[in-house]
Write a new protein. Sequence first.
Length: 199
Amino acid sequence: MSLPDNRRILDPDLTENELWLLSFYRSSEINGALFFGRIARTIRGPLQVDVTHHFADESNHAHWWTECIDSLDTLPIKIGKSYQDQYLDAIGVPANLMEVMAITQVFEKRVIGQYRQHMRQPGVHPAIRATIDKIMIDERRHIAYVNTALEQMSDRYGQERVRDTLDRFAAADIEIYQRTLDEHAERLEALTAYPRSAS
């Protein structure tokens, strides 16, 4: 087994591929925090409170994954490109706040689906289960405020444009998820039976 140089010994119940997945989650949450930090710094108006809260949540999630990995007596694996980076490659930088909310909705649905699927796997370590349980409380709140924001934005952008944007981002998400599975097949062996659509 090839381990990073600065690693402690893996918990005997945790495989290197499972550690990679936890590190992937951690990296994704860090990137989410950075993204929402930039949005929170510039946004004005009613969504400022929700977006700033979202930024704080993503930071907490990264912290919780770091604590979880540490509790398993190991260190995170360095992850290259994040899932969010692939979004930006596929669809470009969001052009307005509606597109920010649309990409957030699609991504948060993917996260919820991923964490639910992880919890359905046999023998999930109690530290991992506890971390996902905490995160899922925040994820449900994110979906709720984003749904409300998109409904309100329909007056400005039009329902059809909002729906088309969501459909376009959802299609990109399916491609990105499939590509992630293909690129990391060995790491994500347990995920190959996961649903291909965000749910």
